[in-house]
Design a protein around this ligand. Structure first.
Ligand SMILES: *Cc1c(COP(=O)(O)O)cnc(C)c1O
Length: 339
């Protein structure tokens, strides 16, 4: 339950890898990659898409393609791009992050407005606002359409571009019961991951207009991400997009059951409002143990989970069943009682 990245490909995906026709994608000739990119562009509702090897690479090539060295990027203070991508936007992009605290991962447009400084010789130029949907660190929380629209207005007013790290954008769409396009329509570009809840082994897609995708292709090459017979990645990716989106609602239901069960366990504290998709974050300040003790106790019972400080994260996905949720709750109850 550490992450939905641990999902393994289905038999159908493995079969597709064996049987897909392959060509060289750096020449743009791999038919399976081209098909996946067209499908992704269609699902997100923009002109073009580009296959990249990871979400981190997708975020980096996107942000680089929206900015120039020395620009300022406004993002949420616990954004994946800012906190857990090894500083790529500074190291490679020469960019200055301007982190703003959100509420459950969502930025207040007034806070963003206040953070945008007038153009002045002293200041880096603010050119990009980056949002995250769903927001990982906040607990898999969603930006809804009206929140997105409000932030877009701020970007427009200041001539800034706006980008969505949509690693789990299909989780957001399922949770809000809208088409993913409704969440991405106000974005200049979007990245989503195939290798999380959608269960493909590798890959993410960057989606935007044609000129933007041409720039990302160049940056992908700079980063060593231009791949040759990448159809082996694209073939399972097509199945992920076509067949694995609708089932995400099972993961959300399991996360809900887990969260409600956790709320009843003494010493565990959880804000159920944050449990909107497949991520369950809670804290164990009320237990007489820290997260590494808690994590190692669960591991002895076959449950792998992630924790730091007093905070624990559990993620539901295709390989976690309803029975696994019951087993997890029973185990946590036993472990927290037997102190
Ligand atoms: C997982 C994730 C990414 C990308 O992660 P990779 O491991 O590089 O694929 C980006 N943003 C968010 C919000 C994520 O959860």
């Amino acid at each position: 339950m550490r992450s939905d990245t641990v999902t393994l490909p289905t038999q159908e995906m493995l079969q597709a890898i064996l049987h897909t026709p392959l060509r060289d994608d750096v020449y743009g000739e791999d038919p399976t990659v081209n098909k996946l990119q067209e499908l992704a562009a269609e699902k997100i509702g923009k002109e073009k898409a580009l296959l990249v090897t990871s979400g981190t690479q997708g975020n980096l090539v996107s942000i680089l393609s929206h900015t120039k060295k020395g620009d300022e990027v406004i993002l949420e203070a616990s954004a994946h791009t800012y906190r857990t991508e090894a500083g790529g936007l500074c190291i490679v992009g020469g960019l200055i992050p301007n982190p703003i605290q959100g509420t459950m991962g969502v930025l207040d447009p007034r806070d963003v407005e206040r953070a945008i400084r007038t153009r002045n010789v002293h200041y880096p130029e603010p050119t990009l606002i980056a949002i995250e949907n769903t927001h990982n660190a906040a607990g898999g929380t969603c930006w809804n359409q009206s929140q997105i629209k409000a932030i877009k207005k701020v970007a427009e007013r200041h001539g800034m571009r706006i980008y969505m790290d949509g690693a789990r954008v299909f989780n957001a769409a399922i949770a809000l019961n809208v088409d993913a396009k409704e969440l991405t329509t106000h974005m200049d570009s979007v990245t989503f991951c195939l290798s999380k809840g959608l269960s493909a082994p590798i890959g993410s897609l960057v989606i935007g207009d044609e000129a933007f995708i041409e720039r990302t292709r160049k940056w992908r090459k700079v980063l060593g991400g231009g791949l040759r017979q990448a159809g082996v990645i694209a073939a399972p990716g097509i199945i992920a997009l076509e067949k694995m989106v609708d089932r995400l609602k099972e993961d959300h239901a399991n996360a809900r059951t887990l969260a409600e069960g956790l709320a009843r366990i003494r010493g565990v504290s959880i804000n159920l409002e944050t449990v909107q998709t497949n991520i369950v974050r809670y804290d164990i300040a009320g237990l007489e143990m820290n997260s590494s003790q808690f994590v190692s106790k669960l591991r002895k019972h076959g449950i792998k989970t992630a924790g730091s400080g007093i905070s624990i994260r559990m993620v539901t996905h295709r390989m976690i069943s309803r029975e696994d949720i019951d087993y997890t709750l029973n185990t946590i109850e036993a472990v927290t009682k037997a102190r």
